[in-house]
Design a protein around this ligand. Structure first.
Ligand SMILES: Cc1cc2nc3c(=O)[nH]c(=O)nc-3n(C[C@H](O)[C@H](O)[C@H](O)COP(=O)(O)O)c2cc1C
Length: 323
């Protein structure tokens, strides 16, 4: 029904992917999304021990026959990462699609391409997209200012960034940041993308493995309840505007070195919050589309609804506008 380069080249039914989400996109989330006919994505770095990562890949395989991807995040982090250990597993386990993000994919792309893996590089500028294309990536996932995670430092929204990337690139574009429903999917296709990537919307699904307290809390957030953190360190992150995030922002503004924020922004605090439901224990990355999210459906209900709404927009609303 929605046949695009994204569905064709990635062997999926619908042009929708779930972007890697640290501590969240493990087997349950990934397999649930892939079972809907979209592309689920595991995050490699959610597994500090590579052997646990290998076991989780096997778990996803036991839960879905469909294509799924692995996210390899190349951002600077407090933890030292040996990427080759993760690549050994990705290649050894026969993964067919990898989402790279956070930095130039140069240090990993050679091995991935040699192994015949399709690489989706997620970035936030046309300049970085062109570089990733030159390095041999197969798709660019272009992340606008609205997105959860790292929107970059240029603050260009999707409405401009997606067509700008689509005009500049030869490889297909996936639109990322701010998408949560069928309206967004059709808008992305109209702007020149071959499909969409979503993070925040998938957090509020039944299969997302975060504590119900956190999901219920997030349901009350509006589109203006996010903020940018860590800009002073050129590692900007969009997060939920919470007392904890405001405390971190105050420290950032006072000019402390980033290490002093470690106890507040550390991933282990976020992990505890997700697992134990202690709201505001850690910093939570969140996109502006949280303001459009009003319920916690199953991933299947969500995708069925997005596809039905997108189809209706094309057949009913748009189709009738042109005479
Ligand atoms: C809780 C959460 C954790 C995320 N963790 C990562 C990550 O580890 N690596 C990454 O490349 N992107 C990460 N992202 C970004 C998503 O993969 C995706 O690009 C982004 O959420 C798209 O914007 P949206 O939230 O507006 O849909 C995360 C997003 C969320 C909501």
């Amino acid at each position: 029904m929605f046949k695009t380069k994204m569905t064709e080249l990635l062997n999926i039914q619908y042009p929708i992917m779930q972007g890697g989400m640290m501590w969240i996109s493990k087997a349950d989330m990934t397999a649930a999304v892939s079972n809907t006919g979209c592309l689920g994505t595991m995050t490699a770095l959610s597994f500090p021990e590579p052997k646990d990562f290998a076991a989780e890949i096997k778990k996803v395989r036991s839960m879905t026959k469909n294509t799924f991807a692995v996210n390899v995040t190349l951002l600077p982090s407090f933890r030292k990462v040996n990427y080759d250990d993760y690549l050994d597993i990705i290649i050894g386990e026969g993964i067919t699609v990898v989402e790279t993000a956070g930095n130039n994919p140069e240090r990993v792309i050679g091995r991935l391409k040699e192994a015949g893996i399709k690489v989706i590089h997620k970035c936030t500028t046309v300049r970085h997209s062109l570089r990733a294309q030159e390095l041999g990536c197969d798709f660019i996932s272009i992340d606008g200012y609205e997105c959860a995670g790292h929107p970059g430092e240029d603050d260009v929204g999707g409405l401009v960034l997606i067509p700008a990337a689509s005009d500049a690139m030869k490889v297909p574009i996936i639109a990322s940041g701010g998408f949560s429903d069928g309206r967004g999917l059709i808008a992305a296709l109209a702007l020149g993308a071959e499909g969409i990537n979503m993070g925040t919307r998938f957090m509020l699904t039944k299969e997302c493995p975060i504590h119900q307290n956190v999901k219920d809390w997030l349901l009350n957030f509006q589109e203006n309840d996010t903020m940018l953190l860590l800009r002073a360190y050129r590692n900007t992150e969009r997060v939920a505007r919470t007392p904890r995030a405001k405390q971190a922002f105050g420290m950032e503004k006072s000019g402390v070195p980033i290490e002093e924020l470690r106890s507040i922004i550390s991933g282990s605090k976020g992990q505890r919050m997700y697992e134990l439901g202690i709201v505001d224990e850690g910093i939570i990355t969140l996109g502006q589309c949280i303001g459009l999210i009003k319920d916690i459906p199953t991933t299947k209900e969500l995708i069925d609804r997005i596809i039905a709404q997108a189809t209706e927009i094309v057949n009913e609303r748009l189709g009738k506008l042109v005479k």
